[in-house]
Design a protein around this ligand. Structure first.
Ligand SMILES: [Zn+2]
Length: 422
C-alpha cells in the first residue's frame, strides 16, 4: 500500500485561471468561442505560455501550437504528461478542456514547490485544438502529436467564412509546411482531467446524499462512435388524391427506424446509444408524400464488438423497414471511431489516488471524444472525470462544475502524478 503525502492544491488559483481564460473570446451574450488560430485563440495561447513560464516550467511550443511545459526529472525517459485542450466550441463554457490544462499546471506547480524535483520528468500539455468547431479538423492537436495529419490538410480545410487553415496558421506564427514536426514519441503516460459533460456522476452523488464522500470518476474506456447515413426512397405522391394504402412514404420508414433503434439500444444495455438526430425530407412540402428521406444514425458503445454490432443491427433494421414499406434503402458508413480502452494500470492508479484522498472512486465510460481517444491508442493513457453541474450540460454557457469538484479533480491529478513521477 502506497503512502499518501497530501499535496496542497490552491483551489482559488484554479478558479481564477479558469475565469481569466473564459474572458478571452467571451461574447457579449452567452459563452466563449476560441476557434483554432483565431484572435481569441492567439490571446489564450500567449496567456497560457506566460503562466507556464512564470511557474518555472521549460516552455516549448510545437509546430501546430501545442504548449508543453516541462519539469525535468532526475532520471532519463519520456515525461509523464497531463493536460487537455484550450480551444472551445462556439458559445462554450468555462470548464471543457480548460480544467484539464489549468489543473495540470496548478498540480505540477504544487508538486514541484512542495516535493522538489521529480524522479521522472513531468510535463503540462495545453493542446491547441480538439473540438473541430472552426475547421473540420477534429483532434488537430492529438493528430499532430501522433503524426496523423496529412501534408495537404492545412491547404484544404476552410472555416465557415471560407478562410484557409494554412493562412490562419501563418497569421498565428506557424508554418503549415512543418505540421509533421509536431509528431513526438516523448510521452511516457498521459493523464487528462476533464468534466464528465454528462449527468451520471452527479446523479450518483445526489443519490448518495450530501454527507457521502465526494465522487470522482475513473474513466475505463472512451466510447466508440459509428455514424451511418441512411437514404430511404419511396414515391412523392399528392397527399389528397393518393389513398393511404399503397403509398410509398419514406418518412414513415424513417420514423419506424428511429423508434426501433431506441428500443434496440435500451435492449442492449445502459452503455449502448443509438440516435437519429438529423433528417432531410424531400421534397419537404406539406401536401406531397415524402419521396425520399436521408437521416443519420449515431451509434456508440465502449466495446468494439458491440459498437460494430449496433451499427450492423441499425443497418439491418433500416433495410427491414424499407422492405415492408416498399422503399429502396441505401446505407453508407460515414465514419467509425473505434472505442479506446484506457491503460488498466493507470486507471488503477487513478482509482487509488481518488480513494487515498478520501473521495469515492467510480468507474465510468466517456461518452464523448477527447484528446485521450487518440493519444490513448499510442501512449498509456487515463482520464479523471469530475461531476458536471446543471444536470451535466456542456458545450453551452450553462456548463458548470463546482469549485469543490474542480479542486477534488486537481488534487486527484496531483496525487496520481506524484505516484507516477516521484
Ligand atoms: Zn473537451
Amino acid at each position: 500500500m502506497e503512502t499518501t503525502q497530501r499535496v496542497e492544491i490552491d483551489g482559488a488559483r484554479v478558479q481564477s485561471l479558469l475565469d481569466e481564460l473564459h474572458a478571452i473570446g467571451r461574447r457579449p451574450v452567452g459563452g466563449t468561442f476560441r476557434g483554432l488560430y483565431s484572435e481569441a485563440w492567439r490571446e489564450a495561447h500567449a496567456r497560457i505560455k506566460g503562466w507556464m513560464a512564470e511557474a518555472g516550467l521549460e516552455v516549448r511550443v510545437d509546430a501546430v501550437g501545442n504548449i508543453w511545459g516541462l519539469v525535468p526529472g532526475r532520471e532519463a525517459g519520456p515525461p509523464i504528461v497531463a493536460g487537455s485542450h484550450y480551444d472551445t466550441v462556439p458559445d462554450g463554457g468555462k470548464y471543457d478542456g480548460q480544467l484539464g490544462h489549468v489543473g495540470a499546471l496548478v498540480a505540477v506547480e504544487a508538486l514541484r514547490r512542495q516535493l522538489g524535483q521529480p524522479r521522472r520528468s513531468l510535463a503540462v500539455l495545453a493542446a491547441c485544438e480538439e473540438e473541430g468547431s472552426r475547421f473540420t479538423c477534429n483532434f488537430w492537436a492529438s493528430r499532430a502529436i501522433t503524426g496523423a495529419i496529412g501534408a495537404d490538410e492545412p491547404y484544404q480545410l476552410r472555416d465557415f467564412d471560407g478562410v484557409l487553415l494554412a493562412d490562419e496558421m501563418r497569421a498565428s506564427g506557424f508554418d503549415p509546411a512543418r505540421v509533421a514536426e509536431a509528431a513526438t514519441n516523448e510521452i511516457g503516460a498521459f493523464l487528462e482531467l476533464h468534466i464528465e459533460q454528462g449527468p451520471i456522476l452527479g446523479r450518483m452523488a445526489d443519490a448518495a446524499g450530501a454527507s457521502a464522500p465526494r465522487i470522482v470518476g475513473a474513466v475505463t474506456a472512451i466510447t466508440g462512435t459509428g455514424r451511418l447515413l441512411v437514404t430511404l426512397t419511396g414515391q412523392p405522391d399528392h397527399t389528397g388524391t393518393t389513398p393511404m394504402p399503397g403509398r410509398r412514404d419514406a418518412l414513415l420508414g424513417a420514423a419506424e427506424v428511429a423508434l426501433a433503434l431506441r428500443e434496440m439500444a435500451l435492449g442492449v444495455g445502459p452503455l449502448a446509444r443509438l440516435t437519429v438526430a438529423r433528417m432531410e425530407v424531400f421534397p419537404n412540402i406539406p401536401n406531397v408524400v415524402a419521396g425520399e428521406v436521408r437521416f443519420t444514425v449515431d451509434a456508440r458503445h465502449p466495446e468494439p464488438a458491440v459498437e460494430l454490432q449496433l451499427m450492423e443491427s441499425a443497418r439491418q433494421r433500416a433495410h427491414d423497414a424499407a422492405r415492408t414499406r416498399g422503399l429502396e434503402c441505401r446505407v453508407d458508413e460515414l465514419w467509425n471511431q473505434p472505442p479506446v480502452q484506457m491503460a488498466p494500470a493507470l486507471v488503477e492508479t487513478v482509482r487509488q489516488s481518488i480513494a487515498a484522498l478520501g473521495y469515492r472512486p467510480v468507474d465510468i465510460v466517456a461518452g464523448a471524444g477527447h484528446d485521450s481517444q487518440l493519444l490513448g491508442r499510442r501512449f498509456p493513457t487515463a482520464m479523471i472525470f469530475t461531476i458536471t453541474g446543471n444536470g451535466g450540460r456542456s458545450h453551452c454557457p450553462d456548463e458548470y462544475a463546482s469549485p469543490e469538484d474542480c479542486q477534488a479533480g486537481v488534487e486527484v491529478l496531483a496525487e496520481a502524478l506524484r505516484r507516477l513521477a516521484y
